[in-house]
Ligand binder design. Structure first.
Ligand code: CP3
Length: 361
């Protein structure tokens, strides 16, 4: 990677808790069906997976939201389920039903067969997409790579798709914790290899989505989710601080992680992403400047009118500053979870403008 400086490095500076001119903002699921141009690319590609596995199309949909809104980061267009797919589970999507696996993990033999996939052979389309996006971004903003958390991936691998109550994965964890840990060990090794491959291909920040950690009791969360988040934060190579790209920050996002912020701040990650059920001010007080915080507007706020969106953005920015000793530094603005297909692009524009205007230093 050449040493061309980023034109906009607010996002990376905020993750290092360094001063910025405005609070950076990006949105989880910022590329997606709420954009007509995404729907057109997807229709031309024929399917979501056809698009995600084609580096040129993945690059195109990654850039679409950046052409509309002055976002401070791009996020690779892909999916967390590419990893279990590469482990041989056979990912497919049923229209209106979400992701499914042809061969879910059900037995000890299924677990014993799991291995860290060969990144070059099985996931080359992802690192190709990272390289293509970096070239097309031309250093305008940093590119975020990502993975699912081991626990969240295990949920899909064992349930075979989405789930109402996570009965199969929780039953396995309770009945046979040793088998569950064998699965989580190999999945966390795969996550580390996957994030490292994205970093080496040019991803400038990395995020782990622990979407389903919050469905666990505290003792199960610590045993089956947090332990592996910590393993990733400690084992994942970040590059040398004095390399062209600097150290690559890792953000741990978790839905329902509000009870564990102190532990997440001590995990070794550079950033913690939170949902809207915890206040940014409380989160800042409890994490005491050990990590940058990312979040946390309730995504449903985007269904309200632009003046209400602006008011809630202001409230979140000020809440963070109050808990952070009066300073806005160390905050990356985001939603508390991903966007939905029926949200209005005009309301997204209002949100992004409000973040930049109301946080100007
Ligand atoms: O943020 C971004 O813009 C990057 C792209 C991204 C996608 N999925 C694209 C996608 C990211 C970061 C993800 C992560 C992901 N995928 C998570 C964790 C984040 C979260 O929301 O909690 C999870 C749990 C998944 C699994 C998954 N993939 C689900 C539940 C679905 C939705 C199925 C549906 O029909 O709504 C997907 C498919 C998916 N991944 C879509 C997109 C844009 C929709 C696919 C389509 O176009 O039909």
């Amino acid at each position: 990677m050449t040493a061309t400086p980023l034109k906009n490095d607010r996002f990376l500076r905020a993750l290092r808790r360094e001063p910025v001119d405005r609070t950076p903002v990006w949105l989880m699921r910022q590329a997606g069906r709420y954009l007509p141009e995404y729907r057109a690319t997807r229709a031309a590609a024929g399917s979501f997976l056809g698009m995600a596995k084609n580096p040129e199309l993945a690059c195109e949909v990654t850039l679409q939201p950046l052409r509309r809104f002055p976002l401070d980061a791009a996020i690779l267009f892909s999916d967390i389920l590419t990893v279990p797919d590469a482990m041989g589970l056979g990912l497919y999507f049923v229209e209106g039903e979400g992701p499914k696996f042809e061969r879910p993990v059900r037995t000890h033999e299924d677990i014993a067969r799991l291995a860290v996939p060969d990144m070059d052979r099985e996931l080359h389309y992802v690192t190709d997409a990272v390289r293509t996006i970096r070239r097309e971004l031309d250093n305008a903003v940093p590119l975020i790579g990502f993975s699912g958390s081991p626990w969240t991936l295990a949920c899909y691998m064992i349930e075979g798709g989405g789930s109402e109550n996570f009965s199969k994965v929780k039953a396995l964890a309770l009945n046979d914790p040793a088998a569950m840990h064998r699965l989580l060990e190999v999945v966390s090794d795969a996550v580390i290899a996957y994030l490292d491959a994205q970093r080496q291909a040019g991803a400038q920040a990395l995020q782990v989505f622990d979407t389903w950690g919050g469905v666990l009791s505290p003792s199960m969360y610590r045993e089956f989710s947090l332990r592996y988040l910590r393993k990733i934060a400690q084992a994942l190579p970040r590059g040398a601080a004095d390399s062209d790209e600097g150290r690559t920050p890792l953000i741990l996002f978790g839905k329902g992680n509000g009870a564990y912020l102190e532990e997440l701040a001590d995990s070794g990650a550079e950033g913690v992403g939170i949902d809207w059920t915890v206040g940014l001010g409380d989160a800042a007080r409890r994490t005491g400047g050990k990590v940058a915080l990312q979040g946390n507007l309730d995504p449903v706020t985007l269904y309200a009118q632009p003046d209400a969106i602006r008011r809630e953005v202001g409230r979140a920015l000020d809440d963070y500053a109050q808990g952070n000793g009066g300073s806005r530094e160390g905050h990356v603005f985001n939603l508390g979870h991903g966007m939905s297909p029926d949200m209005s692009p005009d309301h997204v524009a209002a949100l992004v403008a409000a973040v930049h205007e109301l946080s100007a230093r």
